[in-house]
Design a protein around this ligand. Structure first.
Ligand SMILES: O=P(O)(O)O[C@H]1O[C@H](CO)[C@@H](O)[C@H]1O
Ligand SMILES: [Mn+2]
Ligand SMILES: [Mn+2]
Length: 398
């Protein structure tokens, strides 16, 4: 019986989304613009020269970028030897849950609630409730912000007052940053957990705990104890289809949070470097007929939101160099797909995600041009490969 592995490179988009203008993102193209900057010698920090992704490109990465957007990505564009195409999202959000749920066969069936880009951005009733639950006189932040900037700006006042730093972005998120020692990690996690039902009721997709350490002298740094409290997917997804068909479902990275563990048997977490080792181990251990869903988030969290082109290029080159290790673990009949959930063009204005198409690359089924597909077709194809019943709007491209 076949096995399937779905690997999401978080935010590794390739432009061309037909509705990009609705998001203010017409012309954004994460991969093509990183490749352009690299080729022009403007991404030389910790790496050098044209973007070097020979393994993903051999599957069809350059061809997928050209198909999605018509843009050239210097250094990429080998003749594809894998499954290759481009995926278009229909969900009304360019955030992580929207992208992953739709890849898993469930386009988001509602409009998310977004907080306005005003100062303050949160309604007084919500602020009052946060204060009541936190037991504080007020909150800090209360605006759209980059998470690393907001702790630099508000960290000292936070330590002084004990008030939580609350902020949002272009995504449907309510984020709370607090100091692990001064405020307390457990207290922050409990605050987010207690507030989540109210915010989910407002159709805010996630409440995210953003713990940090440090002081005003050495600076404040976020820790890896981030925790997302996400709305439960409202219907079954590929994870549930597989589980209900008696298959094992393994998660690697943020996948457990994104699906609130719905339809998931186990999850392995850590930095992207650690996740790669976890994924390799799962590939060794995964049962016949099982489904493994992995997310590598650092492209997005460490480099896309930080608009760090060199860093993003380094992360891509690191990942690409790991690809042969993954492919070597495929057994006869296995399918591995590489895709993304949205864009996060590090050359774009602001610090938010960008609405883009995504590459859909695969190995295990030979050379196969799948053309333009929908995100939900990924789920339908994996279900097809695993020979389990699929639901939702997707069609198999296998
Ligand atoms: O700037 P930071 O805190 O990393 O926030 C980013 O992370 C959030 C959740 O993925 C996004 O909505 C974006 O705002
Ligand atoms: Mn994402
Ligand atoms: Mn993000």
């Amino acid at each position: 019986m076949a096995r399937a592995f779905l690997v999401v490179l978080d935010s590794v988009g390739c432009g061309g989304a037909p509705d990009a203008a609705d998001f203010g993102d017409a012309g954004s193209n994460t991969l093509a613009h990183i490749a352009r900057e690299c080729a022009q010698g403007r991404a030389e920090d910790g790496r050098s020269g044209p973007l070097h992704l020979p393994n993903l490109d051999a599957l069809g990465l350059g061809a997928a970028i050209a198909l999605a957007s018509g843009e050239a990505a210097p250094g990429l564009g080998a003749a594809p030897r894998g499954l290759w195409g481009a995926g278009t999202e229909v969900s009304p959000g360019k955030d992580t849950p929207s992208g992953h749920w739709e890849l898993a066969g469930l386009p988001v069936p509602w409009d998310w609630h977004y907080f306005p880009d005003t100062n303050p951005c949160f309604p007084p009733e919500l602020v009052a409730e946060v204060c009541r639950v936190a037991g504080t006189e007020g909150i800090l932040g209360n605006r759209h912000a980059s998470g690393t900037v907001v702790i630099a700006e508000e960290g000292a006042r936070h330590v002084e007052t004990g008030w939580p730093i609350c902020y949002t972005s272009a995504d449907s998120v309510f984020q709370i940053a607090a100091h692990e020692e001064h405020f307390g990690l457990e207290r922050l996690l409990k605050l987010c957990k207690d507030l989540a039902p109210l915010l989910h009721g407002m159709k805010v997709g996630r409440v995210i705990a953003r713990p940090f350490v440090g002081d005003a002298q050495i600076g404040f740094t976020r820790t890896t104890n981030r925790k997302d409290f996400a709305i439960l997917p409202p219907q079954d997804t590929l994870c549930d289809w597989a589980q209900k068909a008696g298959r094992k479902v393994h998660a690697v990275g943020k996948i457990g949070d994104i699906f609130s563990m719905r339809g998931i048997d186990d999850v392995r977490k850590g930095s992207d470097a650690a996740l790669m080792e976890h994924l390799l181990e799962v590939m060794d251990l995964a049962e016949e007929g099982s489904f493994t869903f992995a997310n590598f988030v650092e492209f997005d969290s460490l480099y896309g939101h930080r608009r760090d082109v060199s860093g993003y290029a380094r992360a891509l080159e690191w990942f690409d160099a790991q690809v042969p290790r993954l492919l070597a673990r495929l057994r006869d009949g296995d399918l591995i797909l590489f895709t993304a959930d949205h864009g996060n063009d590090p050359t774009w204005h602001g610090t938010d995600h960008t609405r883009e198409r995504v590459p859909v690359l695969g190995a295990g089924v030979g050379e196969k041009a799948i053309g333009q597909v929908g995100f939900a077709d990924v789920a339908a194809s994996i279900a097809d490969h695993l020979e389990i019943p699929a639901q939702g709007p997707g069609r198999s491209f296998l």
